[in-house]
Design a protein around this ligand. Structure first.
Ligand code: NAP
Length: 255
């Protein structure tokens, strides 16, 4: 059976105020979906709301710390009441707290594991009853090339490798219910996150780009739309036979 066109669905994108999350929200709206935008401060999502609405789709901004169990439950309830049951979930919210092992505090470890990994568990668990009831779902998780190991990122690389593990396991558990679970693992993408890393290590951003370009073979650094395009593929109804996969989007062979 060939599905000609994806139906319009309700999507949730976490960390949607800016960067990759904002680009994903815009792309899903362009693909015909209504989008709930989860971020710490709903007011910061106003530009993303406008972008979704410019595509003629509905948007709702939800204040939600995705590492907080109660906040996640409340947020998913709010979306269900305002837009309808979520059929697409993009677990995008993430943070870094880079330090070498000797300098890494337990708090640096815990907060990075919580926002990048516990959130995937909490959000996926909260949406799955809705997806099971529909017999349909698309979950896309943001991993990273850091899952393969990066100096100074023991916490972040552990979290992003964990994201790949939960992706494969949920693909096995949820597949029989029509729910696919996949991950996109970006390489170096120009966003506030990478700008903040350059600032923290006191390196001019252009110098950081030049350094990263040594491992990129397509002649330019990544941009958020490179990632939103990969997410949109996994989120598409026609990608029903693709599950438990990790797609590296890094301008170079990875994985
Ligand atoms: P970003 O520019 O820093 O944006 C992250 C967004 O997530 C922000 O809006 C942030 O809100 C939000 N957020 C942070 N903690 C949150 C929480 N607890 N609950 C809800 N929202 C929260 O990051 P990005 O570069 O777009 O990265 C997006 C994803 O891609 C992350 O998972 C990241 O690890 C992954 N990734 C990025 C790169 C890259 O090169 N940029 C590479 C590989 C993987 P505030 O502004 O309020 O903090």
């Amino acid at each position: 059976m060939i599905i000609e066109q994806s139906a319009s669905r309700v999507a949730i994108v976490t960390g949607a105020a800016r960067g990759i999350g904002a680009a994903v929200a815009g792309r899903l709206a362009a693909d015909g979906h209504d989008v709930a935008l989860f971020d710490l401060d709903a007011a910061n999502c106003s530009d993303t709301v406008a972008m979704v609405e410019a595509h003629g789709r509905r948007a709702v901004a939800v204040a939600c710390d995705v590492a907080d169990e109660a906040a996640v439950a409340r947020g998913v309830d709010e979306v269900t009441h305002q837009l309808g049951a979520p059929a697409i979930l993009v677990n995008n919210a993430g943070i870094v707290r880079d330090r070498t092992l000797a300098r890494m505090s337990l708090e640096d470890w815990e907060v990075v594991l919580s926002v990048n990994l516990r959130s995937v568990f909490l959000m996926s668990r909260a949406v799955q009853p809705h997806m099971r009831a529909m017999g349909y779902g698309r979950i896309v998780n943001l991993s990273s090339i850091a899952a393969l190991g990066v100096f100074g990122e023991a916490n972040y690389s552990a979290a992003k490798a964990g994201v790949q593990g939960i992706t494969r396991t949920l693909a096995i558990e949820l597949g029989p219910h029509g729910i696919t679970v996949n991950a996109v693992a970006p390489g170096f993408i120009v966003t506030d996150m990478t700008r903040a890393i350059a600032e923290r290590i006191k390196m001019p951003f252009d110098d950081m780009v030049a350094t990263m370009m040594r491992d990129i073979h397509v002649g330019r650094p990544g941009v958020p739309d490179d990632i939103s395009h990969a997410v949109a593929f996994f989120a598409d109804e026609r990608s029903a036979f693709v599950t438990g996969q990790v797609l590296y989007v890094a301008g170079a062979p990875r994985g």
